[in-house]
Ligand binder design. Structure first.
Ligand SMILES: Cc1cc2nc3c(=O)[nH]c(=O)nc-3n(C[C@H](O)[C@H](O)[C@H](O)COP(=O)(O)OP(=O)(O)OC[C@H]3O[C@@H](n4cnc5c(N)ncnc54)[C@H](O)[C@@H]3O)c2cc1C
Length: 319
């Protein structure tokens, strides 16, 4: 197959960034569109009030040698508290920024429709944050034409875009499931002494990490990120954030023994966090329409799976 000359990639998380890098290396002209303000997707970091929270992906296991080399070449290092897992050093955002370097990415740009015109793709775009729905044209603002389009976004969002164009891939995605996750972000002005990592086996929390223990992180101020289990997050998906903070903070105190009040406490809801029913194929490619789909959920709910999926689609477009 000849590499498509121009490719639009929707989603600048690990899968989209990996596919983009592969295509650029093969001589393709690639433009990424992402509704978030920064690249990385679920590989995310929040900086607030002097605290740093990696509130999405915690770490990467790296069984694939090329993935391991990519991580170490792009601001990531082994996080000793996890054994042999990798973390952005010190933030997942630093890893994402390094992977995004040199790529053309339109951030804060939501793709709302895929238009097929004269054998090319044009995307309906709108500003993710600022455009009031009443002002959006039926088809939004149209992107320039592209030879190929890749969806590197969570399965339910990809299925919605594909379904609107009546593409059969929408049916293939119907059984994929991503569980939600409520994250608790706690910052402490008065440094409490607590564990680096805990994996509670009962109560709502399944993961507690002291951000300061990441490679390259400052020892202060003491900052914790905690994740609720999938069943608890599913059951409390629509709970107001204040109530989530209260419930998860109590569980945090019970698990860690830390009774010092947090000076910063927020909850973040990931509606699509971890794939518990994956597709079972590394990626999908329609050579007739030049339409591809990739993402962690093709293989597993892991950063490495997102990399392998993005790479597999990049290879399909260039060989
Ligand atoms: C709470 C949590 C904890 C996790 N912990 C771990 C862990 O410890 N280890 C591990 O390996 N993995 C973990 N993961 C999973 C890991 O984060 C994912 O596997 C990986 O980041 C997925 O990458 P992706 O590129 O497939 O998708 P994403 O990172 O979700 O990227 C998709 C991008 O598409 C954008 N987008 C979506 N729809 C549109 C649209 N219509 N228009 C424009 N842009 C759009 C989004 O803004 C996003 O930036 C965790 C995830 C979460 C949420």
């Amino acid at each position: 197959m000849t590499t498509p000359k121009s490719v639009a990639i929707i989603g600048a998380g690990m899968a989209g960034l990996t596919a983009a890098a592969h295509l650029v290396q093969a001589g393709g002209r690639v433009t990424l569109f992402d509704k978030g303000r920064k690249p990385g997707g679920r590989m995310a970091t929040r900086f607030a009030d002097g605290f740093m929270f990696n509130h999405g992906c915690q770490f990467a296991s790296a069984r694939d040698e090329t993935f391991r080399s990519l991580l170490t070449a792009h601001n990531a290092a082994v996080w000793p508290a996890t054994g042999d897992k990798y973390s952005g050093a010190p933030s997942m955002a630093a890893l994402a920024a390094a992977l995004a370097e040199g790529l053309t990415i339109h951030q804060a740009t939501h793709v709302s429709f895929l238009n097929r015109q004269s054998s090319q793709w044009r995307l309906s775009l709108r500003d993710a944050n600022n455009t009031p729905p009443s002002l959006i044209e039926p088809n939004g603002v149209l992107s320039p034409p592209f030879d190929a389009v890749i969806l590197a976004i969570p399965a339910p969002q990809a299925a919605a875009l594909l379904g609107a164009t009546a593409h059969p891939f929408a049916n293939a995605l119907a059984n994929v499931h991503l569980a939600p996750c409520w994250a608790l972000l706690l910052g402490f002005a008065d440094a409490p002494v607590g564990p680096d990592i805990l994996k509670p086996t009962d109560g709502p929390l399944r993961w507690i990490a002291r951000e300061n223990s990441r490679p390259g992180a400052a020892p202060n101020p003491v900052t914790y990120t905690a994740h609720a289990s999938a069943p608890w997050s599913t059951e409390h998906l629509e709970m107001p954030a204040d109530s989530v903070i209260t419930a998860l903070s109590n569980a945090f105190t019970q698990a860690t023994g830390i009774t010092t009040p947090a000076t910063y406490a927020r909850a973040h809801r990931w509606r699509y966090a971890l794939a518990d029913i994956p597709l079972g194929q590394d990626s999908l490619w329609d050579p007739q329409l030049r339409l591809g789909v990739c993402g962690d959920w093709c293989l597993a709910g892991k950063l490495e799976a997102a990399y392998l999926s993005g790479r597999s689609l990049g290879i399909k477009l260039t060989t």
